[in-house]
Design a protein around this ligand. Structure first.
Ligand SMILES: [Zn+2]
Length: 576
């Protein structure tokens, strides 16, 4: 048996062993630092990481639902008088309060000024179009305030750990950028020569495929059909294929042949944007089993989706665009997305592009939002599903017409669902909640008056320092994947009228996402993750702690800074 084969076998078993799911159950999983004094601010008399949510406390906090099954922990949702929103408490274990995400501010912290008076200068502020995220992570808090009146409308409390160190920029301000529906554009000049086609192709995960999967998945039910949906654009000699696919993840090396074949056939600019649904087979093989037959079927479906969409291309008169920051009241996008690694640090931007024929009808829609599709507890319910992306697309297809393609955003560490639970009904609740926003804002979208289609490919090579990725490289045939010991991957810059997309080969953390978006000049500004590669989490260099979960699932500490720099350069280039 050849050495590399042995290496590959060792690698496979090692990877399966070490690539474990997050243990902290969507909480910070941190203890309150020993010897550290409690903060000068308490939330309803409670300190996250110190106090327990026992019956007496629950009674004092009032009417609530829970404990809800929530990953390996528990979640309680407390009603807030006079509000539709809830104050949520995430537990570590049965009673320890790990994270509080509330609309009710701590006593004496009702305004930005009052918070500063109590806690001093913040370590970092992210300023968005209408609200700002004010971070005191070193003291265990993040606040959300309205820009207009400085009112605190959300607070996240968690065991303290400084996030942004001294020396790093203290502010990320994107409030000057266009955001929200644009003023009406009348008599917009129609595009001449833009053609767009859409396709929907099942990935082939059906009853016949189940026996080829790992043992524990062979009894799973297909809750909804996993699909590849392509939006194929061509204009003035440039073509771009954006494929939104219900794939957990795939490595660039596994997509290379498919993309080379498509390029030979006249489709050089293909972006496979994986939704990262967790209710799908592990098409990376990161958990020890590589479903070869299913991967083959997926590749075939991806190929077909591009071909079908290219063939279906029709003239487009208008491309309408809109992006908006959804409300962050309660230190999350309520019932849609939250951040369990850095509570309160959530990118609430929703972006929508609609493509209209000469008759004004919608041929198709691109929806961009950042959130892990892991609403459904697939292992518990033994089901495969597109997760929230499925009901989202179905709802938008019905409401707007045409075909909806979903692209995921900076969902890394760890932006995930804020649904009441992880049941099949929860994917519908979350998906349709987001879909209603899509339809609401799509109806306010205005035609982009910029008529351009651009694609800039930006290769990059990263040295894997994480033993798991080295093991994965061995599994993927070592030299076949690595170039001089580096992992070759890519970013891409795409411009569709005024809309700007930068693609990222993995799961970018929102704080890097905010910084990149702040340097983009288009409208909307979208960062598309898990695009043409899935190299795990992309963590800021200043916050790379080897013991933490996301870091354990990343190529290494160099990835964050390298991706950030390459994206800045693309944004600059794009602005020219
Ligand atoms: Zn992930």
């Amino acid at each position: 048996m050849s050495c590399s084969r042995t290496l590959a076998l060792i690698a496979a078993s090692t990877i399966g062993l070490i690539m474990t799911a997050p243990t902290a159950g969507q909480t910070t999983g941190r203890k309150y630092p020993e010897g550290m004094a409690p903060p000068p601010v308490k939330w309803k008399g409670l300190v996250a990481g110190i106090d327990n949510l026992d019956d007496a406390v629950k009674a004092r906090l009032g009417e609530h639902t829970g404990p809800l099954d929530w990953y390996s922990s528990r979640k309680h949702e407390f009603k807030v008088p006079g509000s539709d929103l809830t104050d949520n408490i995430h537990m570590r274990g049965d009673t320890m309060i790990d994270t509080i995400e509330a609309v009710t501010p701590p006593e004496g912290c009702e305004t930005v000024a009052a918070v500063r008076a109590k806690l001093g200068e913040p370590e970092h502020v992210t300023i968005l179009s209408k609200q700002r995220i004010i971070s005191y992570a070193g003291k265990g808090f993040r606040f959300v305030a309205n820009n207009a009146d400085g009112k605190i409308v959300g607070v996240a409390c968690f065991p303290p750990k400084r996030h942004v160190p001294e020396g790093e920029p203290k502010v990320c301000d994107s409030s000057k950028q266009k955001q929200g529906p644009l003023p009406p554009v009348s008599n917009a000049k129609p595009w001449e020569g833009l053609k767009v086609g859409f396709s929907v192709v099942p990935l082939g995960l059906d009853e016949k495929m189940l026996p080829t999967l790992k043992a524990s998945e062979r009894e799973y039910k297909i809750h909804d059909v996993l699909q590849a949906r392509c939006c194929y654009l061509s204009y003035q000699g440039t073509s771009v294929a954006l494929v939104g696919a219900d794939i957990f993840g795939m490595l660039g090396v596994d997509l290379a042949k498919l993309r080379a074949k498509l390029a030979e056939e006249g489709h050089p600019n293909v972006v496979v944007a994986m939704s990262h649904t967790h209710a799908a087979p592990d098409t990376i093989g990161v958990y020890g089993f590589y479903p070869k037959e299913y991967v083959q079927s997926v590749k075939q479906a991806l190929y077909q989706s591009v071909k079908d969409a290219a063939k279906a291309a029709k003239p487009v008169a208008q491309v309408k665009v809109v992006s908006v920051d959804l409300p962050l009241d309660g230190a999350r996008v309520a019932e849609i997305s939250r951040n369990c690694r850095n509570p309160g640090l959530v990118n609430p931007q929703l972006a929508v592009l609609t493509f209209h024929g000469a008759d004004g009808k919608v041929l198709g829609t691109i929806v961009h939002y950042a959130c892990h599709p892991e609403t459904l507890d697939a292992e518990k319910h033994k089901m495969f599903s597109a997760d929230y992306v499925g009901p989202l697309r179905d709802y938008v297809d019905k409401a707007l017409g045409g075909t909806t393609v979903f692209l995921n955003g900076a969902l890394g560490g760890m932006v995930s669902g804020d649904s009441p639970g992880r049941r099949p009904v929860d994917i519908k609740l979350l998906g349709e909640k987001l879909a209603k926003y899509v339809v609401e804002y799509a109806e306010k979208a205005q035609p982009t008056t910029e008529h351009t289609l651009r694609f800039v490919h930006r290769p990059i090579q990263i040295c894997p320092t994480n033993i798991k990725f080295k093991a994965m490289a061995a599994l993927k045939g070592g030299k076949a994947w690595l170039t001089d010991g580096r992992i070759p991957t890519e970013l891409n810059y795409i411009r569709i009228g005024s809309a700007e997309l930068i693609t990222i080969p993995g799961e970018l953390l929102p704080e890097i996402g905010f910084d990149i978006q702040a340097r983009m000049t288009g409208y909307p500004r979208m960062i598309v993750c898990l695009a043409n590669d899935e190299l795990g989490y992309i963590v800021p260099g200043y916050d790379f702690n080897e013991k933490d979960y996301e870091e354990g699932m990343s190529v290494g500490a160099a990835m964050g800074p390298m991706i950030r720099l390459a994206a800045y350069q693309l944004a600059e280039q794009g602005a020219k």
